[in-house]
Design a protein around this ligand. Sequence first.
Ligand code: ADE
Length: 255
Amino acid sequence: MKITVLTLFPEILRGFFESSIMARAVKAGRIEYELVNIRDYATDRHRKCDDEIFGGGAGMLMLPGPLGRALDAHGARTARTVFVTPSGRLFNQAYAADLAREERLVVVCGRYEGVDQRIIDEYVDDEISIGDYVLSSGEVAALVLVDAVYRLIPGVISGESLAEESFSGHGLLEYPQYTRPAVYGTIKVPEVLLSGHHANIAAWRLKAQIRKTLAYRPELFASAGLPDEVRRLLKEIVTEGGIDEPYPEDSGSAD
Ligand code: ADE
């Protein structure tokens, strides 16, 4: 995949692309990237990239001229082009997987109050929000988006790691994990994890996943397609704990 990020602050992103797993993926030729400074496409003496908003309102908007020229110069019309904004569609794992299938991804970072609507109408395929909060810049949101996407590209990280993490598999949160020492201070690793008994370990992990999901993200149980085994264990846990079952109206199996 080729990733192009258009920004007024390429230095915010550079460290990410030059470090760790991303640097390895670039070196291995799985990812190609370019960081485009929108200001390089400003034509006036002051390299102006923003102006006041027609009709009034606080703050400034990014000018369509420099951004449009930057988008044209980097092939945005023939690539999947996304704009990160708090007023976009909410990003999630399925959305990341969809973007990971693209050959070319162009990400536009907004600053100030955003960008002129004509740029969105003309070039942008998706407006994407990474969550219901407002960041001071699109660069941080773009990094979140790119990170979630590029690691799903085949060969970037192992398929095994991907299969086991949260939002894959059963769509539950990941189970708690432990490493050495087996006793840390006075706290012991759960005995079953040291037993070498694979079936018991898998059963413990699934139950732990359900407990964690129940505590932090009970709404995830509302999704269709939960395996019967998960529904059975969920019932067992809520009965044992005297907890109200989440979404009891959805307790039928989907398969
Ligand atoms: N820019 C500022 N806040 C944002 C958010 N929540 N998602 C995407 N882009 C943003």
